[in-house]
Design a protein around this ligand. Structure first.
Ligand SMILES: Nc1ncnc2c1ncn2[C@@H]1O[C@H](COP(=O)(O)OP(=O)(O)OP(=O)(O)O)[C@@H](O)[C@H]1O
Ligand SMILES: [Mg+2]
Length: 234
């Protein structure tokens, strides 16, 4: 696989840790507890790819409103207005209004929206914020089967690399279905040290077709960019 086939994360020092980036077409889980930067970090991948490579990204939120996300990203100096030609951010209320007053199954709404928009615009990156919320608001009967179909459906889009955000808190140590189904898993976490400082971490838990580092990195946001550094044990 060549560099060309990989999507750079533009998280400083991370792409070097995974053979240049995420293989195009992969379905990636971005997994972490509340407030571990799942949304901002995933959006930062879209933002920098749009700015630097003109790559189009679609951010679908079932969790936070478009307005609240936009405010947050702007405050982090990744203003959606800079990339409005390339990145589309939509939330659940938008989907409800545009698609159907009675949306029925939210998973179907999500799929229908992606299929429609992908038919006219060549989005190469997709963020689903979050798989956990989508599952929660949909009445999933057979979780295993439902997830299997979502992953297969995503892989069928030619040249689409997806980031599915998932909460980690609910099921602690047990491996979940989605971790087996995903092509890659990025784990985000944080830890409060001595009641003062919060340290944040990132680990590449799994990345198919890729030689990658597996240890935890310290994750920093410098006001504009994310970066990882090797954890120095103290
Ligand atoms: N301007 C900012 N600069 C740096 N960090 C910020 C800024 N604003 C908020 N944060 C931090 O980012 C965290 C939220 O990040 P984000 O929303 O990306 O996390 P998340 O994992 O998606 O959270 P959730 O589970 O609530 O969706 C906040 O809890 C705060 O610690
Ligand atoms: Mg979030």
């Amino acid at each position: 696989m060549t560099e060309k086939d990989r999507i750079k994360t533009y998280i400083n020092n991370l792409d070097e840790q995974m053979s240049g980036g995420i293989p195009e077409g992969h379905v990636i889980l971005v997994s972490g507890n509340p407030g571990t930067y799942k949304s901002s970090l995933s959006y930062s991948v879209l933002y920098h790819n749009a700015l630097k490579n003109g790559i189009k990204g679609l951010y679908i939120s079932f969790q936070q409103s478009r307005e609240s996300l936009t405010d947050q990203f702007r405050a982090m100096n990744m203003d959606p207005a800079d990339v409005e030609e390339k990145i589309t951010i939509v939330d659940a209320s938008y989907l409800r209004e545009t698609l159907d007053p009675d949306p029925g199954d939210w998973i179907e709404v999500f799929k229908r929206y992606v299929e429609n928009i992908r038919a006219t615009t060549d989005y190469e990156l997709l963020v689903l914020d979050s798989l956990t919320t989508l599952e929660m608001i949909s009445k999933v009967e057979d979780r295993r089967e439902t997830l299997f179909h979502i992953f297969e459906w995503l892989r069928d889009f030619h040249g689409l690399t997806s980031f599915l955000l998932t909460e980690r808190a609910r099921v602690k140590e047990t491996l979940r279905e989605e971790e087996f189904l995903a092509d890659g898993t990025i784990i985000l976490s944080k830890e409060r040290l001595d009641k003062v400082e919060t340290r944040r971490y990132l680990a590449i838990d799994k990345m198919r077709s890729t030689a990658h580092e597996t240890s935890y990195f310290t994750l920093l946001f410098d006001g504009e960019r994310f970066q990882v550094t090797r954890v120095i044990s103290d």
